[in-house]
Design a protein around this ligand. Structure first.
Ligand code: UT7
Length: 329
């Protein structure tokens, strides 16, 4: 029997209609379009006014299944990467399965913050490679606006809401996920965290008064670790697989900061034309950034293209995935 690889055979994104631009944000907190653009590259982000993470993911999944002409009952497994689940439990993956009617699927949520999609893609691919499953959905979704403090200019300008989903299916041509390097260092947890609401600090009047249910970030520290580790792990996966910069067709980087993306591309020796960038219109959608990039660039991707996906996020978590694109659209 031929060796099976796990290929992405379909991609779909969803972003909410409401556009929150830098100018509107500068009327909410003490900031400016100039500061946000020059420090991050973000011009606007999408905000989900009503609904939960599962609602964005449900629309993305429904559109993907329609596009691929797949019955929801054919889906075996749904992995949902998110730090903004609908509830602490049950899992958002269970909610999405119910809303879409994926009654034969089981699933789970995966917390790896901005690295959520590459963690989920790597784990999801294992179920395909073993031959156990035929159709696995890997979702990256976050409603960051639900945990942002719109009185904290250091965080609220960076993030946005959005969802993306990839369909994984077995491939016998050697396309799809080739390799991955995943890393974590929990010692970094204090630098990027939602302090309250878990078992460490359950919700009380005091945690609410102290605004501890919102994202807290020490931006400079996170930047330092992100810029080094995302660049290093991207170069490492190239070396490990004997890839030169000519071999790589696309870098698909987590969209946290244009300066981090540029440093990663430079370390890999890639020109700007090979780098997927959409941070200017969506900001940092946490687990949503990578599938939203693939969705935006889908029409430019060709069967056999070599992609390196890279991310860094809260945890700390980081890593890269080496992928061969499996279809022409
Ligand atoms: O995706 C998960 C991982 N997260 C990341 O990768 C994010 C990594 N960090 C970053 O991208 C950057 O650190 C930020 C974009 C968050 C901040 O940029 P920075 O260049 O590191 O700025 P800073 O935190 O050093 O702040 C510089 C100045 C400060 O003022 P003073 O102390 O120099 O007077 C801040 O108070 O900019 C001020 N500042 C702002 N000014 C206007 C901070 N936020 C804002 C703002 N508007 N929104």
């Amino acid at each position: 029997m031929k060796k099976l690889t796990a290929a992405i055979t379909g991609i779909q994104g969803y972003v909410p209609d409401y556009v929150l631009n830098n100018e509107e944000l500068s009327r909410i907190v003490d900031t400016s379009d100039e500061w946000i653009t020059s420090r991050t590259g973000i011009k606007e982000r999408r905000i989900l006014k009503d609904g939960a993470s599962s609602d964005m993911a449900t629309i993305a999944v429904q559109k993907l299944l329609e596009k691929k002409n797949i019955d929801p009952l054919e889906i075996d497994l749904v992995i949902c990467a998110t730090v903004t689940p609908d509830y602490t439990f049950p899992a958002t993956s269970n909610v999405i399965c119910d809303k879409v009617g994926m009654k034969n699927a089981w699933g789970y949520d995966l917390i790896a913050a901005c690295s959520g999609f590459i963690y989920a893609l790597s784990t999801g691919s294992q179920f395909i490679e073993t031959g156990k499953y035929k159709k696995v959905l890997v979702i990256g979704v976050d409603k960051m606006s639900s945990i942002l403090d719109y009185e904290d200019r250091t965080t609220c300008v960076i993030f946005g809401d959005g969802a993306g989903v990839a369909l994984l299916e077995p491939n016998e041509e050697g396309l799809g996920v080739q390799d991955f390097i995943l890393r974590a260092d929990g010692a970094g947890r204090h630098y990027l965290i939602q302090p309250a609401g878990g078992s460490s600090q359950p919700a009380t009047h005091q945690t609410v008064d102290e605004r501890l249910h919102f994202v807290k970030q020490e931006g400079k520290q996170v930047f330092k670790f992100a810029v080094t580790n995302m660049a290093e792990v991207s170069a490492e996966i190239m070396e490990k697989n004997n890839l030169t910069s000519e071999d790589v067709d696309w870098l698909v980087p987590h969209q946290a900061n244009l300066r981090i993306i540029d440093a990663t591309a430079e370390r890999m020796g890639l020109g700007k034309e090979k780098v997927m960038i959409n941070i200017q219109k969506y900001g940092n959608t946490t687990a949503g950034t990578l599938p939203l990039c693939l969705w935006d660039y889908e029409s430019q991707l060709k069967k056999g293209d070599t992609l390196i996906l890279s991310a860094f996020g809260g945890g700390f978590t980081w890593g890269s995935v080496y992928l061969k694109w499996a279809y022409n659209s």
